[in-house]
Write a protein that binds this ligand. Structure first.
Ligand SMILES: [Zn+2]
Length: 225
């Protein structure tokens, strides 16, 4: 299963921005309680790209949309960082780099307003054999590891019984998790570099199963409080 490669999350934007000098916003005093779902990348930033042309940003958004719908049915208040194929950079930015910097800054501001954050990404590695979901968590809030553990558990229990990956604390290579102070996790749903898993991730039915498992994990996290 290649668990030792688990920390190799190939999210190019995260690495690109890891050295940027962004300032974390402070948490607002007055905010609505909600779960924030963050489909990674978007717009000009496609994330990782599979050999067959599948773009990470599109899978992220598709899973996020299913997840949002299921969470709403469960009665949770939900917000999303994006609901279409776009980045959320400041309109005044014109260069690719400044757009990426403000996109991340704006996402972090949304993280700081949330009661919990679930970010969705897809993994990629040079060797095609690696597969399986893996959840990363922010080390800045004690609830993050609990949320990560529940989501990893429900994914394995419901759809990936062979998955032996373990949850991991985010390093500074995962910018948003490293800087947010809210309960936050990042779900690497699967490897676009693995043909079998890529085919699954391109199927609506599989994405719904994945979203359902994540929803179940979030439920368990809430019930445990
Ligand atoms: Zn990514």
């Amino acid at each position: 299963m290649g668990r030792r490669w688990g920390s190799i999350a190939i999210c190019f934007l995260c690495f690109f921005l890891s050295g940027c000098d962004l300032i974390a916003p402070t948490q607002s005093e007055a905010r609505e309680e909600h779960l924030l779902i963050d489909p990674g990348h978007g717009g000009a930033d496609g994330g990782t790209q599979a050999q067959d042309g599948t773009l990470e940003k599109n899978i992220n958004l598709a899973v996020a949309t299913d997840l949002r719908d299921m969470m709403v049915v469960c009665g949770f208040a939900v917000k999303m960082t994006r609901e279409s194929d776009r980045s959320i950079h400041d309109l005044s930015d014109t260069s690719i780099r400044s757009k990426k910097v403000s996109d991340m800054r704006n996402r972090l501001a949304l993280y700081q307003q949330a009661d919990a954050v679930i970010s969705l990404h897809q993994n990629h590695f040079s060797a095609a054999k690696y597969n399986g979901s893996q959840v990363f968590y922010s080390a800045n809030h004690e609830d993050s590891v609990r949320l990560a553990r529940h989501i990893q558990h429900t994914i394995v229990a419901q759809i990936q019984p062979q998955n032996t990956r373990e949850i991991k604390a985010a390093t500074d290579g995962i910018y948003l998790l490293y800087h947010t102070t809210r309960p936050a996790v990042l779900v690497e749903c699967g490897f676009l570099s693995n043909p079998t898993e890529r085919e699954l991730l391109n199927q609506p039915a599989y994405r719904q199963k994945l979203a359902f498992a994540i929803t179940g994990g979030y439920w368990n996290y809430i019930l445990e409080e």
